[in-house]
Design a protein around this ligand. Sequence first.
Ligand code: TRP
Length: 337
Amino acid sequence: MTKEIILTGITTTGTPHLGNYVGAIKPAIAASKNPNVMPFYFLADYHALIKCQEPERVRRSSLEIAATWLALGLDTSNAVFYRQSDVPEIMELMWMLTCVASKGLMNRAHAYKAATAENDQSGENDFDKGINMGLFAYPILMAADILMFNAHKVPVGKDQIQHIEMARDIAGRFNHIYGEHFVLPEAVIDEHGATLSGMDGRKMSKSYNNTIPLFEPEKKLKKLINKIQTNSLEPGQAKDPDTCTLFSIYRAFASSDEVLDIRQRYAEGIAWGEMKSVLFEHINEHITPARERYEALLQAPEHIEEQLQEGALKARAVSVPFMKELRKAVGISRISL
Ligand code: TRP
């Protein structure tokens, strides 16, 4: 039986937070243990350069993200876990795809459109001010990531659906011109990702600056949880769990019995201070073993590097021969042996 290929990338610009864990990392690690699936998970470090020109930050983020996935038990004997930049064929493919992707399609990409709209709103004459070509071509790089390994399924957040559609479009054009080389990928949306709230009640996201880092040391985790915004209801007054940030985070880490129990306590008017300590204890207990492995991995970066190198070897066992085929398909090959 041929395995289903699932592929996803993580841009290396930040520290993994609870929202990343619940929405993306946890389900991806669960999938890495499924023998019918062949997962490709990678650090999208070339994507990082689009929005982050701080080398130290990109370097640190790559280390933290890799350590996080390994600490949480990614099965690297099944999953191919690698760094995008270790697979140069992806960059080569990007150019081939750039030459079949229509510019008009890229003009319609949300990230690019949002950037030009911002310039427009601030009264700027040049809508493209401050926008680099990396941002404009971002969907093509992402298409190259996906098509390089002929992924069937791509688990992503809702904001990335358009990019998967663009990858399909570009793959279809390439296939039409040069013959069937690429699988048309499909997006897989995980609903939990969008529902975990951050400190201020909005979706937990790097861009809102409201995140709780996953492996924050115990004391800091406690402090951050204490800062989560709540309403002003007094102890003893019934509270609504479904509009409460504390509850939304708790639920992501709890069994259905535990959730029922906490719902009951909201109805009985649990004090916010009490709920915060319940939440802290719960998350802390859940995370402590992985946090210990994470700390140990950060002390042994050579072990992380070794895993990534192994991953790159496995990835290139696919990408090198495939690139040979693609070069031939487009007419780039030696004149004679
Ligand atoms: N752009 C994605 C994000 O910001 C990360 C990413 C890069 C990705 N390449 C990918 C996701 C390929 C899925 C497939 O979330």
